[in-house]
Design a protein around this ligand. Structure first.
Ligand code: ZN
Length: 363
């Protein structure tokens, strides 16, 4: 009997209260999960006070770093975030890279497992920059390197120095001179190589930007006196002011002092040694580029004689030397030499450089 009454009640309600076709009911949703049946005519009024027509309007799929997905009410998002869920799939996934160019999207919790079997997190971890002797560059996957090497490409110099591999220090004296020095800097930049520039102090004013660029490229700025005298013919005081005047201008340009000095003409005596409180850097490979203003001669002078640990003497004030440098730099790298600064050469070859002493090479 009870059941019958209940049935009749429902029946009665359906008959009497069921909306007509023109006024059918719809279900609306609140962001906190409540639902309500409203007549179609009232829909907009409900929308105006925060109700939504679609379930998807009030819910959000959230993601866990292990790949689980969950649909939550909008009002629950913050609470789920607080316990490690994320709003975007990209927040819990990562694209990984293989050395042969394959890519894979994995869950964050899977990253370490994929690393263990040869996948990498960054595309830059599986690619390398290759250089051509004419200055072209290309980024290739590691597995492509050998094929590119067969057709004349080589690995551009890396920023990091490998102490186990050959290295030399290119040094350029007597500059800066805008036209030729900038060509050399451009070539160094192209191949990510470094050199040491022994600058003359009175050539710095107006060329401070060139020294800044040297410094920015990781090159070393050394001291080649203020106006290039033969220091062996100077008094101790004269020698000191030649060095300090140049250091002052170097400091004004790049905010640091020189750590090495190259005496003009390689001219050194006991007064010079004691007056200069820095290491005196000579050379082991003289290109004689100041005498033979011929790029081919200078290129051959370097490539035919170069040895690991050499300090190579050139002059950046000659156009022919800049032209030679444009070939020497990629050729040395292609031959397996790392082009480093004088300070780096000493460091990686295991030398300390006490002041007041002369150095020809770091072999
Ligand atoms: Zn000089």
């Amino acid at each position: 009997m009870k059941k019958l009454i209940s049935f009749l009640t429902v029946f009665f309600m359906l008959i009497v209260l069921h909306p007509s076709a023109e006024d059918s009911a719809i279900t609306m949703f609140a962001p906190d999960g409540r639902t309500i049946e409203v007549s179609l005519a009232d829909k907009d009024a409900y929308k105006a006070v925060g109700w939504y027509e679609n379930y998807s309007d009030v819910t959000k799929t959230m993601y866990a770093p292990d790949g689980r997905e969950l649909t939550v009410w909008l009002t629950e998002i913050e609470a789920y975030k607080a316990v490690g869920w994320y709003e975007n799939k990209s927040d819990v996934t990562k694209t990984m890279y293989a050395p042969d160019g394959r890519e894979l999207t994995v869950w964050i919790t899977e990253i370490e497992a994929y690393k263990a079997v040869g996948w990498y997190e960054n595309k830059s971890d599986v690619t390398v920059l290759m250089c051509a002797a004419d200055g072209r560059q290309i980024t290739v996957f590691q597995t492509q390197v050998a094929d590119y090497q067969k057709v004349g490409w080589f690995l551009c110099q890396s920023k990091e120095v490998d102490p186990a591999k050959p290295m030399v220090a290119l040094t350029f004296d007597d500059g800066p001179k805008r036209a030729s020095t900038e060509r050399i800097l451009k070539a160094l930049e192209t191949y990510q190589a470094r050199a040491t520039f022994f600058v003359v102090g009175n050539r710095i004013p107006g060329n401070e930007d060139i020294l800044k660029r040297m410094d920015a490229l990781g090159c070393q700025v050394g001291n080649h006196t203020y106006n290039h005298p033969d220091l062996a013919k100077q008094s101790a005081g004269g020698i000191a002011s030649q060095i300090s005047g140049t250091d002052y201008n170097i400091y004004r340009a790049i905010g640091k002092y020189s750590t090495v000095v190259r005496p003009p003409y390689g001219s050194v005596n006991s007064t010079v040694r004691s007056a200069i409180g820095k290491p005196l850097i000579l050379w082991s490979l003289d290109t004689l580029d100041w005498k033979h203003r011929n790029a081919s001669y200078v290129i051959n002078a370097v490539l035919s004689k170069v040895k690991d640990g050499d300090i190579i003497l050139m002059h950046d004030i000659h156009d022919t030397s800049a032209t030679a440098a444009q070939t020497i730099i990629p050729s040395l790298i292609q031959a397996g030499y790392q082009l480093v600064t004088v300070d780096e050469l000493a460091l990686y070859k295991g030398y300390t450089m006490p002041a007041h002493k002369t150095y020809n090479s770091f072999r």
